[in-house]
Design a protein around this ligand. Structure first.
Ligand SMILES: [Zn+2]
Length: 472
């Protein structure tokens, strides 16, 4: 998987006012031709600590930047990395005045958990204190208190300004390091507050190796909401325990560390989302499983023997002070569910999207292209602040990502139609023409998608006469 890369994030603080500096984050590049969806749906502004890549030092160490605590025992030798160049880049990129350069102290070092498919990005956090606020701050930057930032994060409203992960993990998360759970063998990431992602080894499709186990816990330790308003209540929620047997012992330790009043939700029935269900049941026979009926019909008694509660979408769930809403999200399968974390306006999307590349649809389990498009628009209408896929990293530009999915599907569908119009005779011929840019190993799952695109084209009466029966 290669070696990790590094990033430097800086917290510039004014202790006398309790504020720190946040910078508006650059948006991902717009698509070449602005499509209608992309104009209609726009992500709100994202503010975070200024950050830049931290490259290995080439040549002699430079002395102009002194970092107190640089040699502390956190497993990283900062003198091997070009802190000076990264700081220059941060100051240039965000237009920060030179008066903000001063004494830097090492705040935290956070190793990223294994989200994949590439090696992790580990973050070094530095903190510098100013006596007072400086003039000449660029328009894209502002001062903010931790309370204000935490409010924007955990009482999030669709369309409001957003706060990114560096500010939370570096400054607001009270734990020294955010990369540890109660089970040290399982590196994890808590962001947004209340949601912990634990990427666990699973038998999933390449290029990924892990499935994100999502753990939702109350942040104030006790429930505030009256349970009668909710479909289901618990003290913790587990989502998609899909890890392979290699790490079932670690999963058992994690379940043992959670409160006994446990809810479990599976987004869909694929084995890389449910393989650890039997472990959860063994460790906590009182846990309550929530899933769509179509999903339960496919899970089978071998994985879950006790009772379950079927959900259809719209159900509200309460985990202490955390509120969630189940979202019916068919497309990947016909029982596929998403989950909205209301406090932080974060959308957990199951396999509808993945952290890198594109998602596949399962035609053998009711996967359907029309549903997939409709679910994508449903997700866009929710204006989520963060998207959490079950494979790969979180995404902080949800609308950009979802519009990209729509665009890719449309262009794939157009090229499938074109290859059929140009005389492709069989499903294999269509796949080999339209996925020629994709690794051959992925042609079999791709063929499921092609079949569904052909169905979708047929339902819109777009196929040339007589071709549908030949290809399907
Ligand atoms: Zn799946």
């Amino acid at each position: 998987m290669g070696s990790p890369s590094y990033r430097l994030a800086v917290a510039i603080t004014v202790p006398s006012t309790g504020e720190f500096l946040v910078a508006r984050q650059p948006r991902p590049p717009s698509p070449p031709e602005e499509d209608e969806d992309y104009r209609r749906f726009v992500d709100s502004d994202l503010y975070d600590l200024p950050a830049a890549p931290l490259e290995p030092l080439v040549g002699e160490p430079r002395s102009e930047v002194a970092v107190a605590g640089a040699d502390s025992a956190t497993g990283l030798d900062l003198s091997r990395l070009d802190v000076s160049a990264a700081l220059d880049q941060i100051f240039d990129r965000f237009g920060l005045p030179d008066g903000m350069r001063g004494e830097w102290r090492r705040l935290k070092y956070v190793e990223e958990a294994e989200f994949g498919p590439d090696a992790g990005v580990n973050t070094v956090f530095l903190i510098g204190s100013l006596v007072s606020k400086l003039d000449g701050l660029p328009e894209s930057c502002k001062w903010m208190t931790k309370e204000c930032a935490l409010g924007l994060l955990s009482e999030a409203k669709p369309g409001s300004d957003r706060i990114g992960q560096y500010a939370y993990i570096g400054l607001m998360n009270s734990r020294l390091s955010s990369n540890s759970t109660a089970v040290p063998a399982l590196p994890s990431q808590e962001f947004p507050p209340g949601i912990t992602l634990v990427p666990m080894k699973s038998k999933t499709l390449q290029p990924f190796r892990t499935t994100n186990l999502v753990v939702v816990r109350a942040t104030n330790g006790a429930g505030e909401s009256t349970c009668s308003d909710f479909f289901a209540c618990g003290d913790a929620l587990l989502l998609d325990p899909g890890c392979s047997s290699q790490v079932h012992a670690e999963l058992a330790d994690l379940v043992d560390s959670l409160p006994k009043k446990l809810l479990v939700l599976v987004t869909h029935h694929h084995h890389d989302h449910i393989e650890g269900l039997s472990v959860v049941q063994r460790c906590n026979p009182d846990s309550v499983l929530l899933a769509h009926q179509n999903t339960m019909n496919r899970i089978g008694k071998g994985n879950w023997q006790i009772d379950y509660t079927s959900v259809t979408g719209g159900e509200k769930i309460c985990i202490g002070d955390q509120e969630l809403q189940v979202i019916y999200a068919p497309g990947h399968t016909d029982g596929h569910m998403g989950l909205l974390h209301v406090n932080t306006n974060t959308l957990i999307v199951g396999d509808h999207c993945v952290g890198h590349g594109s998602a596949t649809l399962d035609s053998r389990s009711g996967g359907n292209m029309k549903d997939y498009f409709e679910t994508t628009y449903k997700f866009l209408d929710l204006s989520p602040h963060v998207i959490i896929p079950m494979h790969g990293r979180i995404n902080l530009w949800p609308k950009h990502m979802l519009c990209g999915y729509l665009r890719n599907r449309r262009s794939r569908e157009a090229s499938i139609l074109q290859s059929i119009e140009n005389g492709a005779q069989t499903l294999f011929e269509v796949v080999s023409k339209t996925y020629s840019d994709v690794d051959r190993k992925l042609w079999i799952p791709a063929s499921f998608n092609v079949r569904l695109h052909v169905d979708h084209l047929n339902s819109q009466h777009k196929l040339p006469k007589g071709t549908y029966c030949r290809i399907i």
